[in-house]
Design a protein around this ligand. Structure first.
Ligand code: FEO
Length: 171
């Protein structure tokens, strides 16, 4: 059984993951609008991955006999000055999510909720990958310094990102 505090925190994170998905969809739409289809693909796959994260929280709350809350999801930004600005925001966002996951671990620890602690370990590890992946693209963009040839090279590379496991039905 979940304590009320743990349930609320898990529900907040369910909402935060939905927001992440919505944010990356907005970034996908931005890249489509400037014809950078590889960057758009990266964001589309990222949006699907975030939906998968959200569903993990949703299912875990239900599994533990809790009540999942389908609260409103905030509107994400929709305009950026450049691909560099998008990836700066992506890395900042993932760093913020890492902080939220760490706070959740603390709440589960205080409640001596071992099942939630174990559930959250997957997200602790996932956040290392999330920051590394966004930070990697950001570094490449910084190196290119807005050079069009470099931008198209990265775009071709990002075209290769594939669907997260278990999400092919959302293609
Ligand atoms: Fe769900 Fe990007 O962390």
């Amino acid at each position: 059984m979940l304590t009320e505090k743990v349930q609320n925190a898990l529900n907040d994170q369910f909402n935060a993951e939905l927001y992440s998905s919505y944010l990356y969809l907005s970034m996908h739409a931005y890249f489509k609008s400037i014809n950078l289809d590889g960057f758009a693909n990266w964001m589309y796959q990222q949006a699907k991955e975030e939906l998968l994260h959200a569903m993990k929280f949703y299912n875990f709350i239900n599994q533990r006999g809790g009540r999942a809350r389908t609260a409103a999801v905030a509107e994400p930004p929709s305009e950026w000055d450049s691909p560099l600005a998008v990836f700066e925001e992506t890395l900042r966002h993932e760093q913020k999510v890492t902080g939220l996951i760490n706070d959740l671990v603390e709440i589960a620890n205080e409640a001596h909720d071992h099942a939630t602690q174990i559930f959250l370990q997957w997200f602790v590890t996932e956040q290392i990958e999330e920051e590394e992946s966004a930070g990697g693209v950001l570094e490449q963009l910084k190196l290119m310094q807005g050079h069009a040839g470099g931008l198209f090279m990265i775009d071709r590379e990002l075209e290769k990102r594939t669907s997260p496991t278990g999400m092919t039905e959302m293609e």
